[in-house]
Design a protein around this ligand. Structure first.
Ligand SMILES: [Zn+2]
Length: 91
C-alpha cells in the first residue's frame, strides 16, 4: 500500500467518525469540502512528503508527516500538529 492510499483511507475513517459524531465547532459543509480537497502528497522540491489527514480535516491545515520508525512490514509516520501516528503497510 502506498502512503497516499493509506493516508486517504485514514481520511475516510476520520471523516466517517466525524459524520456520525459531528464536532460542535465544525460546520458540516466545511468538513465535506475539506474531505474532498485533501491531497496526501505535499508538492515541493523534496520527494515523498505527506500531509496529515486529520489536521486537514479538523483545521484545514497541511501538517507535514515525518517518518518516526518502522519495520520490515510497515512505516510509521507521525504528525507534530496533532500527535497522531499513521501506519503505512508496505503490503
Ligand atoms: Zn496532524
Amino acid at each position: 500500500m502506498t502512503p497516499s492510499q493509506a493516508l486517504t483511507d485514514e481520511l475516510h475513517w476520520a471523516f466517517q467518525g466525524m459524520t456520525h459524531n459531528p464536532p460542535r465547532d465544525l460546520d458540516a459543509d466545511i468538513l465535506r469540502v475539506r474531505f474532498h480537497s485533501y491531497r496526501p502528497r505535499i508538492r515541493g522540491p523534496h520527494a515523498e512528503r505527506y500531509a496529515c489527514p486529520r489536521c486537514f480535516l479538523h483545521h484545514g491545515e497541511r501538517h507535514e508527516l515525518r517518518s518516526v520508525s518502522g519495520t520490515d512490514e510497515f512505516d510509521l509516520l507521525a504528525c507534530a500538529g496533532c500527535s497522531n501516528e499513521f501506519v503505512i503497510p508496505f503490503e
